[in-house]
Design a protein around this ligand. Structure first.
Ligand SMILES: [Ca+2]
Ligand SMILES: [Ca+2]
Length: 288
């Protein structure tokens, strides 16, 4: 049996044909504070971790630890990418945060999936897969983390920005406004509520059994790339099919608690954007 831990990161990078580490090396600003390491040692020791919920459980193996942004990507952070001319400006419809004075520390929203991907690429990172996002939100035992902070929805209006009038914000809130009360076990902020967050994952439906059964062995056979859950071709390739649905996670400011469960996901095609959707990025962990 192949040892997952014996596969070096450099081998993975070669297999994926992309070199996020090289970008990190040439862009010191990507070594920003504000990421946490998601250690997968325990998940590997127990043959993976169950993510999802009843009826939608998936056993997931991660081949390497990774890091993930503590906050949603802010308007201010996104601005640097626009200035570099690598990113394009978000839309400016009603309730979009781009260009609004005083909202630099709000999550950038009204960006398409491709705009989110481009920003993460600019930072030498990647858009997390659904599994990377969900494991980070529910770490380390998903069975006790229905929400990022645990199982209870008590005092929810102090833990996330959602559709209630008593939580202080009708639309988006500055990132971290509900910290530390609503933080995940890893200290991640706004993993429930505020804006939904794009992931790299394509939508796998119940009618697509082959895709749902794309388990750890398939992943090993097909290689593993950061930010990719299912290398199965049956899931489709969003790069070549712009109408393929991709997944976003965590619920938004206009939804209720049911949508903010860490296992829940919704989806849109690559051209979709909304004031209720933003994103955060993942990367390789910083070297010790
Ligand atoms: Ca609210
Ligand atoms: Ca969020």
């Amino acid at each position: 049996m192949t040892s997952r831990t014996s596969i070096s990161l450099s081998a993975l990078v070669l297999a994926c044909g992309s070199t996020p580490q090289e970008k990190i090396a040439t862009d010191s600003s990507s070594l920003l504070p504000g990421m946490v390491n998601v250690d997968v040692t325990s998940a590997q020791a127990t043959n993976g971790v169950l993510l999802g919920e009843a009826g939608y459980l998936r056993r997931v193996n991660f081949m390497s630890s990774y890091s993930i942004d503590i906050t949603e990507v802010t308007v201010s952070a996104y601005k640097a990418c626009v200035r570099s001319e690598m990113c394009t400006e978000p839309a400016t419809d009603e309730n979009c945060t781009w260009g609004i004075v005083g909202q630099e520390n709000y999550p950038v929203n009204c960006v398409t999936w491709q705009q989110a991907r481009t920003y993460c690429d600019y930072r030498g990172k990647w858009l997390p897969s659904e599994h990377e996002w969900e494991y980070a939100a529910r770490f380390e035992d998903p069975s006790v983390h229905k929400y990022p902070w645990g199982m209870s929805s008590a005092n929810y209006n102090t833990k996330l920005n959602m559709a209630v009038l008593t939580d202080g914000y009708q639309f988006t809130a500055p990132v971290g406004s509900y910290s530390p009360t609503g933080d995940s076990a890893l200290g991640l902020q706004d993993m429930a509520g505020n804006v939904w967050e794009w992931t790299s994952s394509t939508l796998c439906t119940d009618t697509n059994d082959e895709c749902l059964n794309c388990n750890a062995d398939s992943l090993l056979d097909g290689g593993w790339c950061p930010g990719v859950d299912f290398p199965c071709q049956t899931c489709g390739n969003p790069q070549t099919d712009p109408l393929l649905n991709v997944v976003f996670k965590g619920g938004g400011y206009n939804q209720g608690m049911a949508y903010s469960r860490s296992a829940f996901h919704y989806y849109g095609d690559q051209t979709y954007y909304s004031p209720v959707i933003g994103f955060r990025c993942a990367s390789f962990p910083e070297e010790e």
